[in-house]
Design a protein around this ligand. Structure first.
Ligand code: ADP
Ligand code: MG
Length: 256
């Protein structure tokens, strides 16, 4: 008998898709909700020098409440993949679903509204406004996210700074904050509006070991107690202790 081609059917994940594992006793089984899904994502950069395939056939499922790390050597495509999963870059092909919605099918306006509501992004260089103090930097994020009322925004911003242990530095300008403190302002700002997805590009890269540890603890608490999903690009081996899963990129290909 000759081998026959088995037709494969494509089933996109539905909103709130629930997966349970069969090996856990029933009363302990927790539903696992897919928060971030990538399907056959490819990214090709075209320039005068030619085209360069930065990502190849990426498939990834990240569940709600998990801390997922993305590691790999410099130039392996980590920032490119994170940017695609955050809707900052559009992949050349493939689909990305966040919280059950396909962001790769959204219009520019839909995507920007979705991102504002659902994603807190922590940039590598903090990206704080130098002329605004710590609390004003967080207030601005709340304003951009549509929170009305200056007093309400001030109160919420102070709450967020308190959560990251920085209430006493609310009036400091970025230049009068240490690297670890600036990073915490950046995290408070990413938490503005309570987004369910937190994404960070090397959040501890510029920090000494003590501040690095504080940031790692904070991100762990956010994921475990706030049921948020945290996706982090990192080189930091200390973060591996708190991660639920680690994926490695090598030359644009995801290994495990
Ligand atoms: N806009 C771009 N145009 C052309 N090549 C790019 C662009 N952005 C990234 N690349 C290339 O894609 C590869 C992956 O880059 P990146 O995602 O920044 O890697 P990593 O974050 O792992 O260091 C690198 O070879 C980089 O030079
Ligand atoms: Mg990078």
């Amino acid at each position: 008998m000759t081998a026959t081609q088995i037709p494969t059917s494509f089933t996109p994940p539905l909103s709130g898709t629930v997966v349970t594992t069969g090996t856990i006793p029933f009363e302990q089984a927790k539903p696992r909700i897919e928060a971030i899904v990538a399907q056959d994502v490819n990214m090709v950069f075209n320039s005068e020098a030619g085209s360069f395939q930065a990502l190849q056939d990426i498939n990834l499922d990240i569940y709600q409440g998990e801390i997922q790390l993305l590691m790999g050597p410099s130039g392996s495509g980590k920032t490119t993949l994170l940017s695609i999963l955050a809707g900052i870059l559009t992949p050349t092909s493939g689909q990305v679903y966040l919280l059950g919605e396909e962001i790769t099918a959204m219009s520019r306006e839909q995507l920007s509204r979705f991102r504002l509501k659902n994603i807190g992004f922590i940039f590598q260089g903090f990206n704080l406004f130098p002329a605004l103090n710590a609390v004003e930097n967080v207030e601005l994020a709340l304003e951009v996210k549509g929170m009305k009322g200056g007093k309400r925004r001030r109160g919420e911003a102070l709450d967020l700074l308190d959560q990251v242990g920085l209430a006493d530095k609310a009036d400091n300008l970025p230049k009068n904050l240490s690297g670890g403190q600036k990073q915490r302002v950046a995290i408070a700002r990413a938490l503005a509006g309570n987004p369910p997805l937190i994404m960070a590009d090397e959040p501890t890269a510029a920090l000494d070991s003590h501040s690095g540890h504080t940031i790692i603890e904070l991100l762990r608490t956010l994921a475990k107690e706030g049921n948020r999903t945290v996706l982090m690009v990192t080189h930091d081996p200390r973060i591996m202790d708190v991660a639920d899963r680690v994926s490695y990129l090598e030359d644009g290909v995801l290994k495990a």
